[in-house]
Design a protein. Structure first.
Length: 120
């Protein structure tokens, strides 16, 4: 299975989905112009990954900012991992960023996966 690596830019996050090395990470700012099109390859990759996942899948979310449209697609991404046995989310947020901390906790209430919260 090929690695999906989307380089982050000013308004788009860096995304690394690497089955071989066990890296599943979204980081940076997410406010792409066409959010559905931007996240389409991510959702497709996860759907393919579901067929033969690793025993353990730790999804690391290290976003600094999400616009409203991105927050819905991040929810869709996280919900895609719900069906994969052994998945969990590690939600990183800046220590002084109450909004991103609260957003992570909101996802944790909706998404049926274990969440771990880490400030930096």
């Amino acid at each position: 299975m090929d690695t999906l690596h989307i380089k982050g830019e000013e308004d788009t996050p860096e995304i690394v989905l690497d089955k071989k090395n066990g890296i599943f990470e979204i980081s940076g700012r997410s406010l792409p112009e066409d959010v559905v099109e931007f996240y389409r390859p991510v959702l497709e990759w996860i759907n393919h990954y579901k067929e033969a996942p690793n025993n353990k899948t730790e999804v690391m979310i290290k976003v600094e900012y999400l616009n409203t449209a991105s927050s819905k697609l991040i929810q869709d991404v996280l919900m895609s991992f719900e069906k994969i046995q052994g998945s969990r989310v590690i939600w990183y947020y800046r220590e002084d960023d109450d909004d991103m901390d609260a957003m992570g906790h909101e996802y944790a209430e909706i998404i049926e996966l274990p969440f771990e919260f880490k400030s930096y």
